[in-house]
Design a protein around this ligand. Sequence first.
Ligand code: C2E
Ligand code: CA
Ligand code: CA
Length: 799
Amino acid sequence: MGFNMSQLQHLGVRKYFSKISMKIIGRVGAAVLIILVLSLAAVDRGSYSLQLEQLLSTQKIITQSQAQTLSEQFSEGVRSGAVHTLTGVLTNPSIEGVKVDYADGSDSLLVGEINSEFDLSLPVYFTDKTTGSKSVAASITTYASTQAIDAARWLRFKYAVAMVLIVMLSIVAVLALAVYTIIGLPLHKVTQAIDTVEQGEFPQVDWNSNDEMGLVIKRLNYLHSIQHERLSGLEQALNEKERHEADRLRNLVNASFEGILIYQQNELVDLNEPMAGLLGGTRETLIEKELAQLFSWDVLAFLQAAHNDNARPFLETSIASVVDSNAEPVSVEMYINTIEYAGNDAKVVVVRDITERLKAEERMRQLALYDGLTNLPNRMFFMECLAQALARADRLGSSMAVMYLDLDHFKDVNDTHGHAAGDELLQNVAKVIGENIRETDTGARLGGDEFAIILEGDNSGSFAPEVLAMRLLEGVNRCKMNAKIGSDFGASIGIGIHPGHPIKSSDLLMHADLALYHAKDNGRNNYQVYTDNLDNDYRRHRLLVERLRHALENNLLELHFQPQANSSSESIVGFEALLRWSDVMLGWIPPQEIVAAAEKEGLIRELGAWVIRQACTEAAKWQYPYRIAVNLSPIELAYAGLPDYISSVLDETELDPARLELEITELALMADMDQVGATLQRLKNIGVTIAMDDFGSGYSSLSVLKKFPFDRVKIDRSFVSNGNEDSEENVIAAAVIDIGRRLNVDVVAEGIENQEQLQRMKDQDCAEIQGFFIGKPIPQDEMLTFLDNISSEIKKRAS
Ligand code: C2E
Ligand code: CA
Ligand code: CA
């Protein structure tokens, strides 16, 4: 802060300007006066000698009064000490003498003796001769040379110059002093005071005068005091506000659930209560601690890195109590940011307790990775474990195996005993797995009734997947017995063993899967270990599927038609369409294999549709309305769109629906009976007939025949060909024929290969027959010729 001229003018300096000048003039004037008086006095004293010298030089005879005056002046001079001067002058060697002329004409001359004897205080008397009265009268005459007078004059001039110089110097000195005391000193004080303003101080200037300077200083002091007051008031207000703000902020920050701390230069400057809680201390004990005293290295590294651009946005870690080393560390998530704190840059760290979140995540992980029913790892987790186990085996050169365990006929348990029983069974199987594997092994439920196990071998030689497989089969059997369920229930196990060289997990799984496939093929309830042969089978399977697709696309499949005849007249009543395929690469493939592969690979609906269309097209060409029987896979029958498809084919081929018969097996009825029953009913509504195929070969119970109003029942070949009159098979065949008759259902005996079998069926009143003895399946392109031959035969017989 500083003053400039305009401010000074504003203070009315100009109006009072004369005061300062008056003051200076006054002081200087007074000084001049004093000096003048003093110098005049000095000149005055000097003037004795001057006057005397004048008198002496004129050698004038003075009058009485003059003498009187002179005398008085002498006396005065003596009194005042001027005699000394006179004496000095008179002793000057240039003055040769003093002559005193008296009025009476006498005179006296004092030469050379003046110094000691001339007593100027003695009056020179003049005596009036007539009256006799005595009066003082004298004339004094000095004798001086011209040289002496000149010297006296020169001296007088030097004296005068010196006097002038002294006077002038005195005046200058007085002036300087006056200016310093009146202007310089106060100005200096003012400058000093103004200088300290920059440091925020407003000192009072110690100066008291009534001139302009005094006024300026008074105003300055006033301004300073006002400014000071205002500033301190402001400061106080600010402090108040700051404290209020700080309180408000602290309350706000403490209300947060998150821990918040602020640090500057690695030192904690503030924190809220939740943060103190996380660190296991109080705000007071923690404040001013260094970060390194509070946090582990990973947090310190995170905080350090936060100064870089590519720092991590947050850190998940745990915070230990600084007080209680036994306390459980708290899992937290940490964010960092830069803020301004108390006017400087500071870092604020926000810490969130994520214990609950982690628990929830763990629960979610549990849900995501574990099977809810059995608590075993699910397929996803299993795959993860497998990848790790494989990597370990490769690294350590140790053995390992994957085992697939698939329950046989588990569906029956669900259907017959209910889902609760099914669930309990699955849990018990999981328990069996858990009890038999080691801690390093992994048992998983892949879904449904599929389980899998990863076995990891160590170098103790105790790696024996087969032993485990046997134990598991026993365990599953025990479960079955405990649950008192059907005799078919069991497990099939396929084992893929690490081949000793790096293998992809998908390949190892495929090995186990192939082995399982073979275990099932092997009549279930057994285990199979994968070998390269199995692999060959698998490759053949893949090729077969590939070729089947190709055959379907290029219409390379064929149908053969096997005659069905009336047992008593032996005349043909219909034909069964049978699938034939001879591939250029694979050769002749049995229809069961084609159908099984198509079922497994999802091609069965396409294949079945082709058979139906082909059979209906062919039958529509025949000159006699023979029945045409088509085999249906259970999977086809489960397809709700089947009736619509069949009626569209019938429309297209213009085949009488009554001529089409669909052969289904018991297996088809094992599925959802409501749905299958509805489909069958819709088919019957179209007008087609339904036959129960292979009856007696499977799980047949005679009650199956009551489940649905079949139009025909075909007794399986095994009851015909193996039977003799008294055999068990024959008894069963007879029973089936009997039930058929009672339910008003025609029975067809399959696999009649000779006259004896034919006769037996005839004897038992079996309505229809089919078999090589009646006729082998006929290739499609021979059908029309074949039928021609029959019709001419019939005509021959008739004629
Ligand atoms: P299936 O329905 O029981 O068909 C009768 C099978 O018995 C046919 O075998 C037939 O050639 C054979 N056969 C007939 N008479 C005799 C005989 O006197 N002695 C002997 N040993 N066998 C006889 P194929 O053609 O090999 O068919 C086997 C099975 O393949 C069929 O059994 C049927 O279940 C299935 N199949 C055939 N074609 C188709 C089809 O187009 N679709 C469906 N879904 N399955 C089919
Ligand atoms: Ca059949
Ligand atoms: Ca059959």
